[in-house]
Design a protein around this ligand. Structure first.
Ligand code: PMP
Ligand code: GLN
Length: 379
């Protein structure tokens, strides 16, 4: 069989998690919480499965789930998307991104990706016959170089894929970044796929500005989110897409044939769970505690800590310590030191190795402490 994605192998997240488990290493690689979800949420899923909510949900999501998501969006972002015409519940942000890209990208269209970038963007573009155009983020702090983005725009540009808070760097866009993007795509038929899965995980004085709340960008943007990330249940694969009616109409045509609809009892559970805003308003301080705890420990290691302002990831650089590649270091650390991480070069199309590795701090404090203890032994 001639592969449609010849250069793509198993994702690094699977590879490193597997290696961690073979080696009995502390897994600070793949981004998933190492602790349980709120028992109230788990009980609600039990309740709705037992009460018989186990058949297909409506294609766009159950009405109460779409409505409560709009209310949450009003409370956190100051706008209320129309639950019937602008909100779709899907099987994780990965599906939201794939369906949004499929809805807009035609053969030969160019799509701008800011790298380092999450690994699902490129295949979604390629499978739709699109051409990814890579623009590097600033290498010091992973902010966007808007002049470089402007240079990358051509008459073939159909879309730009953006992600804030950013995986892997933890960089969080300021309001000015949204304005810069709006200026660039004004009067052009360029759509935006905005990956906002870490919308509830920002630190210090930073806050997340959704593109859906921006007066201009909202007209052209698919906002993609994930309940799995926010509520510590990544295995449930449930997310959403918010987009204006004309875009949502096209989005749903794809969603309808990718999965048709999303797991029913979990939608009912979230529809009830999200009625209490503190359940998501408390997330930033919870994760800020984890980030502070982990970063403090890392400062006692030889690594150089790169500040993280959002997401549940922490980058460190090691170029001053060793010449080995980030992939080799990640493997060595997993096998010898028994701490697994992700090499950041995998987030680049051209495998740029800046000697940076990524840790996930969405783990128990016990695991974080053990991990740090081992990292402090690195010489
Ligand atoms: N985008 C980014 C930046 C992510 O880190 C992840 C998660 N791992 C996803 C999308 C996918 O989210 P989901 O698990 O809801 O498909
Ligand atoms: N987004 C997660 C990460 O960055 C991984 C999700 C996956 O394994 N596909 O680690």
């Amino acid at each position: 069989l001639r592969s449609k994605l010849p250069h793509i192998g198993t994702t690094i997240f699977t590879v490193m998690s597997q290696m961690a488990s073979e080696e009995g290493a502390i897994n600070l690689s793949q981004g998933f919480p190492g602790f349980g979800a709120d028992p109230v949420l788990l009980d609600l899923v039990g309740k709705y499965t037992r009460e018989g909510f186990n058949q297909y949900a409506p294609m766009a999501g159950i009405p109460s789930m779409r409505k409560i998501l709009s209310e949450k969006t009003q409370l956190t972002q100051g706008y209320f998307p129309d639950p019937d015409r602008e909100v779709t519940i899907v099987s994780g942000a990965t599906e939201a991104i794939f369906s949004a890209v499929s809805a807009i990208v035609r053969v030969g269209d160019e799509v701008i990706i800011l790298e380092p970038a999450y690994d699902s963007y490129e295949p979604a573009i390629l499978l739709n016959g699109g051409i990814p155009v890579y623009v590097p983020l600033n290498s010091t702090d992973f902010s966007v170089d808007w002049e470089q983005v402007e240079i990358a725009i051509s008459s073939k540009t159909r879309a730009i894929l953006v992600n804030s808070p950013h995986n892997p760097s933890g960089f969080v866009w300021a309001e000015n970044d949204l304005n810069a993007l709006a200026n660039l795509i004004r009067d052009r038929e360029i759509y935006v796929v905005s990956d906002e899965v870490y919308e509830h995980i920002t630190f210090d004085e930073k806050r997340h500005f959704s593109l859906g709340a921006h007066p201009e960008l909202k007209e052209k943007t698919f906002v993609c989110g994930s309940f799995g990330k926010t509520f510590h249940v990544t295995g449930w694969k449930i997310g959403y897409c918010i987009a204006p009616p004309a875009l949502t109409e096209e989005f749903r045509k794809i969603h309808q044939y990718v999965t048709f609809s999303t797991v029913t009892p979990i939608q009912y559970a979230f529809a009830e769970y999200l009625e209490v805003p503190d359940r998501y308003l408390s997330i930033p301080s919870f994760y800020q505690g984890k980030r502070d705890f982990f970063a403090k420990g890392l400062k006692e290691t030889l690594f150089e800590v790169i500040p993280s302002h959002g997401s549940f990831f922490q980058l460190v650089s090691y170029g001053h310590l060793s010449e080995i590649s980030d992939r080799e270091l990640a493997e060595k650390m997993t096998r010898k030191l028994k701490v697994a991480c992700i090499p950041v070069s995998v987030f680049y199309a051209n495998k740029k190795d800046d000697k940076i590795i990524r840790f996930c701090f969405a783990k128990t404090n016990e695991d974080l402490s053990k991990g740090i203890e081992r990292l402090q032994n690195l010489r």
